[in-house]
Design a protein around this ligand. Structure first.
Ligand code: SAM
Length: 282
């Protein structure tokens, strides 16, 4: 079996699984040749599908572990790449596998990079899962919908900044590498895409006294973007609005500031001050 099985409609792309296959090999090459990754890097590929990216990864990197949910592709991929001794294929859901275990079993001692032309319906859960679980990975190179890329890579404090912008910045340096037009895929999606690189930081960008609380505050602030951040945080978390406004004032910030204008360092300070006040009042 080969990729033409899909293009000839013998395997019908499953929309629900976000199956838009890369047909432009130069895009795959550009992704794989991302700067600074050594050939002995161990790779995890999310959703190999027809294997366009997989082939390039196998030719460059020392080991490639592919995780594909759709069992229809498993025989085709096994067959096509059986000649590569560095190829490992797992038929599973990326959101359900234990990557700690997979890395320990197959990629121990290597620098690890995650690649994927991501299924767009679960782009954010996949990226957040990779970042929040603090897997021993060095970098993620991911194709995603252009709008999602712009959200992840937005400038802090800019209009496009969102909860995922700040979460991604907490764990990584985020850069859009290049854009890819819809015509590079089969079937052709309605949207354009971008390839984004996340370089995981060895030390997280800020040091909140309570990480969970900081993210609760960020999520609360962005959950009601039309309100002021103080209003949104107070209504979602149930803290007195005046307490939050007092903290904003202490930090020299406008009490009416909106969620997107606050930077990660501001959220860290707000969360630390709230944490301290709670300790005192307990
Ligand atoms: N890598 C191929 C390419 O570039 O042509 C396919 C990319 S396609 C956008 C997304 C792939 O992810 C599909 O093969 C799909 O079956 C797979 N996929 C979707 N959901 C998944 C999940 N939860 N876990 C693993 N793979 C998934």
């Amino acid at each position: 079996m080969s990729e033409s099985f899909v293009y000839n409609n013998k395997i019908k792309p499953n929309k629900k699984l976000g199956q838009n296959f890369l047909i432009d090999k130069t895009v795959a090459e550009r992704m794989v040749d991302t700067e600074g990754l050594k050939e002995d890097t161990g790779v995890i590929e999310i959703g190999p599908g027809t294997g366009k990216l997989t082939e390039k990864l196998l030719k460059k990197y020392s080991k490639v572990v592919c995780i594909e949910i759709d069992k229809r592709f498993i025989p085709m991929l096994s067959d096509r790449f059986s000649k590569f001794s560095n190829f490992i294929l797992i038929n599973s859901d990326i959101l359900k596998v234990d990557l700690h275990e997979i890395i320990e079993k197959h990629l121990a001692g290597k620098n690890v990079a995650v690649f994927g032309n991501l299924p767009y319906y679960i782009t954010s859960p996949i990226i957040m899962n990779l970042l929040e679980n603090e897997y021993p990975i060095d970098c993620i190179v991911a194709m995603m919908q252009k709008e999602a890329a712009e959200r992840f890579a937005a400038e802090e404090g800019s209009r496009n900044s969102g909860a995922v912008t700040l979460a991604a910045r907490y764990y990584s340096d985020v850069n859009i590498l290049f854009e890819v037009g819809a015509e590079s895929f089969y079937p052709k999606p309605k949207v354009d895409s971008s390839v984004v690189r996340f370089d995981i930081l060895k030390t997280k960008r800020v040091a909140p006294s309570n990480e969970k609380k900081m993210f609760e505050i960020i999520k609360a602030a962005f959950s009601q973007r039309r309100k002021t951040s103080a209003n949104a945080i107070s209504s979602v978390i149930g803290i007195d609005k005046s307490r939050i406004e007092e903290i904003l004032k202490t930090l020299g910030l406008d009490t009416k500031i909106r969620a997107e204008r606050l930077r990660l360092a501001d959220y860290c300070k707000i969360s630390n001050l709230l944490d301290k006040k709670e300790e005192i009042s307990n």
